[in-house]
Design a protein around this ligand. Structure first.
Ligand SMILES: [Zn+2]
Length: 91
């Protein structure tokens, strides 16, 4: 088993995080929020949102950001692969 972030093998333990197998060090480095932190962030966000109720909810904002980074990742990956193709043609 290899960690899908750092590629270290022979892991003592791995866990599945949304389809990614991660070692304990990488899980720690992600700084995943505990439920209490998420709850606090919802409260802070919703308090600001009271001034502009038509703004998205915290959940909608997180969903939007997730969709945005997934599209952004694809765009940047395609661009880099295209550059690599160009390098290959020019070498
Ligand atoms: Zn790792």
């Amino acid at each position: 088993m290899f960690c899908q972030l750092c590629n270290k093998g022979s892991l003592s333990s791995t866990s599945d995080y949304y389809g990614y197998r991660l070692c304990d060090d990488c899980v720690s480095s992600l700084g995943l929020h505990k439920d209490a932190t998420i709850q606090k962030n919802i409260a802070v966000y919703e308090k600001k949102r009271q001034a502009v109720p038509e703004n998205p909810t915290y959940r909608q904002d997180v969903e939007y950001r997730l969709k945005f980074i997934e599209e952004d990742y694809k765009r940047k990956r395609i661009k880099l692969l295209h550059i690599l193709d160009g390098i290959g043609r020019l070498e």
